[in-house]
Design a protein around this ligand. Sequence first.
Ligand code: AMP
Length: 413
Amino acid sequence: MTANATRVLVLNSGSSSVKYQLLDMKDNSRLAVGLIERIGEETSRLSHTPLAAGGDGPLLAEGGRGGREREARIADHEEALKAVADELSADGLGLDSPELAAIGHRVVHGGLKFTEPTVIDDAVLKEIERLVPVAPLHNPANITGIRTAQALRPDLPQVAVFDTAFHTTMPEHAARYAIDVETADAHRIRRYGFHGTSHAYVSRKTAELLGKAPEDVNVIVLHLGNGASASAVAGGRCVDTSMGLTPLEGLVMGTRSGDIDPAVVFHLKRVAGMDADEVDELLNKKSGLVGLCGDNDMREIRRRIDEGDQRAALAFDIYIHRLKKYIGAYSAVLGRVDAVAFTAGVGENAAPVREAAVLGLEELGLAVDADLNAVRSDEARLISPEYARVAVAVVPTDEELEIAGQTYALVSN
Ligand code: AMP
């Protein structure tokens, strides 16, 4: 790697999409962001935005190089990554640039083996493949993304940053389900947790906001996006998290049920005649907020509540009730809580969710200041009143910056 190679391309390959960002680690600035959706369908959609170096603003004014959008047929991930490479080249940011230090890949499941970001070689790829049975929706797309990127730049270090890695510090008593040990071990059934990159970033940023070292603070992180998870972070290390073997466990989410009695599954099979795939689809895609009220967007749910819609109000109450249970549970797990941090689409934007989640938790030291909570901002900020024992914070997550940072730290050493 040359000394001026400070750029990292972050790739997040989903089953039918590729999200990407090119960052410069000199100053943590974003040079380009983009998204390819509906890969493999009749028409795929590409959007690409070059950004001003040193800032986040699009290069709209002077250069006229605004965001570009187009539709085209993109058959597979290989074509998608070639399209990404072409878009970047058009802005003079091509993959052949000597300034590119590495490609960082978001990989959803790293099992127990990958506790750190890892430079990808054949053995690492094999291990990610071995984990496909526990992440059948995600790991195959991640693998395709890696292989394609390797083919485009075989000489460039490629790094895997795992969603599960931050949670590998969970103690056995938090990570194990109370089921037969031999069966669990034979099938690698345990609680892995997800959104780890976000939980790591947000817990560290929260410590920064409090002016303390991560080792000195205990934080409950509430990552509330379309997927949602909570984590208990003690002194910078995750000690519990709400997602489990898969991202289905835990909080009520946009389309996932979160915690339910597992006997619901047998009941659906025996009484409703549903097979495993149908139950999977029901609990992952047709449950949560969308199952309860038909909408999974919190903005729409709040609008309906304001109009007096009872179903939307009940969905909101169920969502909040679960959230409160996790705040209470993780307060108990941590013993001492210094901060509760809200992040992701709902957590960063929905003031009513933040207010309702801590309402009545004064005995736990939690309160929200209505004026501070109403402020809209992209900055990390405190929303608790001065007197509150526990800080309540809104901390915008930045998984791409975290992946780029971890990738660069690994390859620049
Ligand atoms: P994420 O998965 O982090 O991108 O979060 C997406 C979700 O955030 C959406 O489904 C909405 O429910 C929620 N969201 C985004 N913007 C807002 C907003 N301004 N107010 C309330 N919820 C929002």
